[in-house]
Design a protein around this ligand. Structure first.
Ligand code: HPA
Ligand code: ZN
Length: 347
């Protein structure tokens, strides 16, 4: 008992102060119930929750679709430039507290446009917060525009051009309801993004089959796969992901909350690493799934009995997978190496 306790404290301390990178984070998924209720009131948006507690109690899901209903409802309280700024600053202050040094942030503009919000308010508010965090806290970041795969792909290129004209878009992604919405539908906008010099990622193999991961690679030419946990069902796909060093942005709490795995101790992150895949660990929608990056790491490590050195491996993988400059990657690796040198006694 004494031993178990001291191991836990050591792991917790190690993870808490470990320099970290987050690559799979939906900014709308950081909307905590307190802010949800406050913004609904401030903006006069009707929501079905009378209290913070009632909102929190609604955060139980059967699958991805049932989560998305709650998530898009939450996003409907975001209306003004300052709402996006406050939401993003709140997440970045978490990054500062948890020592996340670099964050790549998804956003869902189609949802906000459908709610009548101007694209300028969405991108302007988020981007101003990213600049504030870089200036005040030295946190680097990238902004990734996600297309919702259950919406019409026909308007996607126009939206991308409008967003890029506003500036500061690093890449595009593909999210929302995966089943029956194969990546191939979005080939045109992904080709346009590539021609524009943008980075490309897609959610695939979260609920959907390995064939959706193949499509994301071959038809969309993505550079990373978001989730991708179902790749282990197809050995030739695993070979391809390893050979091309395609990163997977794995999100353990999300996978449990949405019942991709029945419990954390059954998650396949350890197998993904053992297979030699370039896996990373991320929080996805932390306000809805029960914890930010450090908690995802801590609970996943203790439930899967992963060795502490895998925390370093996951972070080195994330640096390799990041869409930042080589110089920034060197800085991030130096921070990891320095941390490792001062803690090598644990490894
Ligand atoms: N999967 C797909 N779409 C999403 C998610 C997710 O986990 N979170 C927010 N949009
Ligand atoms: Zn996601």
């Amino acid at each position: 008992m004494e031993n178990a306790k001291s191991t836990e404290v050591t792991l917790s301390d190690f993870i808490e102060r470990l320099p970290k990178v987050e690559l799979h984070l939906h900014i709308e998924g950081t909307l905590e119930p307190e802010m949800l209720i406050a913004l609904a009131k401030r903006n006069g948006v009707e929501i079905p929750y009378r209290s913070i507690e009632a909102a929190r109690n609604a955060y139980h899901f059967d699958d991805l679709k049932s989560f998305l209903n709650v998530y898009y409802l939450g996003a409907s309280v975001l209306r003004e430039d300052r709402d996006y700024h406050e939401l993003t600053i709140a997440y970045l202050s978490r990054c500062k507290a948890e020592r996340i040094l670099h964050a790549e942030i998804f956003f869902d503009p189609q949802t906000h446009l459908a709610n009548g919000v101007a694209l300028e308010a969405v991108i302007g508010g988020i981007h101003a917060a990213l600049l504030d965090a870089e200036r005040d806290w030295g946190i680097s970041s990238a902004l990734i525009l996600c297309f919702e795969r259950d919406r019409d792909p026909a308007t996607a290129v126009k939206l991308l051009e409008r967003a890029c004209a506003l500036g500061n878009i690093t890449g595009i992604g593909l999210d929302s309801a995966e089943l029956d919405n194969p990546p191939g539908k979005f080939q045109t906008v992904f080709a346009a993004a590539k021609a524009m010099g943008l980075h490309r990622v897609a959610h695939a193999g979260e609920e959907g089959p390995p064939s959706y991961i193949w499509q994301a690679l071959d038809m969309l030419q993505v550079e990373r796969i978001d989730h991708g946990v179902r790749c282990l069902e197809d050995p030739s796909l695993v070979r391809r992901l390893i050979d091309d060093r395609i990163p997977l942005t794995v999100c353990p709490f999300s996978n449990i909350a949405l019942k991709v795995f029945p419990q954390l101790s059954k998650h396949n992150l350890g197998e993904l690493l053992a297979a030699g895949l370039l896996a990373t660990i991320n929080s996805d929608d932390p306000a809805y799934f029960g914890g930010y990056l450090s908690e995802n790491m801590l609970h996943t490590f203790s439930n899967l009995n992963l060795p502490v050195r895998d925390a370093l491996l996951l972070q080195r993988n994330a640096v390799e997978a990041a869409f930042c400059s080589d110089q920034r990657k060197q800085e991030l690796l130096s921070a990891l190496n320095e941390y490792n040198a001062s803690h090598h006694v644990l490894l």
